[in-house]
Design a protein around this ligand. Structure first.
Ligand code: HEM
Length: 182
């Protein structure tokens, strides 16, 4: 079974790690009442993590457009191939939509996004009190959709690993042996 390329593997796991960190931090920081210095620090870190995800998502999409992923085993039923491709497409959409909605929410709230405290990102529109609650809700529901899609993706990977035992997970790991290269 063919493995993913090293850039694809690195981008996959880096994005996964940063998404989990941004998601957990997002829940923690919104739970802090008032505007404490700690909360403001966490919100900044959250934005930096999210903007990094967006940058890596661009790299990943560019890489993907030039490189076909290895095919699924021929024995995979057609509905599972369709489900896998559909879920992967949804994950691609969400790794863009989630950070972009957070960015838009910040702009509507009138807060500039200064990446790593150094690079000021473009202010594409000014504060908008009417749009602000809408974009907050959009960011929230996209976050929850991403969490659900990631959970499904993880469940499928674990089923392949421990129920089907078809070695599919090894294709996304840099060093684990695949069935053809034990
Ligand atoms: C992978 C990227 C991201 C993930 C997974 C993510 C996830 C989350 C989560 C789970 C929350 C808590 C929602 C709630 O409980 O109300 C949140 C809130 C928030 N996020 Fe993100 N986010 C991401 C990217 C961004 C980016 C790029 C920005 C801005 C540049 C951003 C700005 C915000 C802000 C300002 C809030 C607070 C919303 C409020 O005040 O209710 N997020 N995010």
């Amino acid at each position: 079974m063919q493995r993913y390329t090293i850039p694809a593997i690195v981008l996959h796991w880096l994005i996964a790690l940063l998404i989990v960190a941004a998601f957990v931090l997002g829940l923690v920081m919104t739970d802090i009442p008032g505007l404490t210095p700690a909360k403001l620090r966490y919100v900044s870190w959250h934005k930096w993590l999210g903007v990094t995800v967006l940058g890596l998502a661009v790299l990943r999409l560019l890489w993907r457009l030039g490189h076909r992923p290895p095919a699924l085993p021929a024995s995979t039923p057609a509905w599972q191939q369709g489900a896998a491709h559909g879920l992967h497409a949804l994950l691609y959409v969400l790794i863009f939509a989630v950070p972009l909605s957070g960015y838009a929410f910040s702009l509507a709230a009138g807060v500039k996004v200064v990446y790593l405290g150094v690079f000021e990102l473009p202010v594409l529109f000014g504060p908008d009190p009417a749009l602000k609650p809408v974009l907050r809700a959009v960011h929230y529901w996209l976050d929850m959709s991403l969490a659900a899609a990631v959970a499904l993706h993880l469940a499928a990977a674990l089923k392949h690993q421990f129920v089907d035992r078809d070695g599919l997970l090894a294709r996304m790991l840099p060093f684990a042996p695949t069935k053809e290269n034990p």
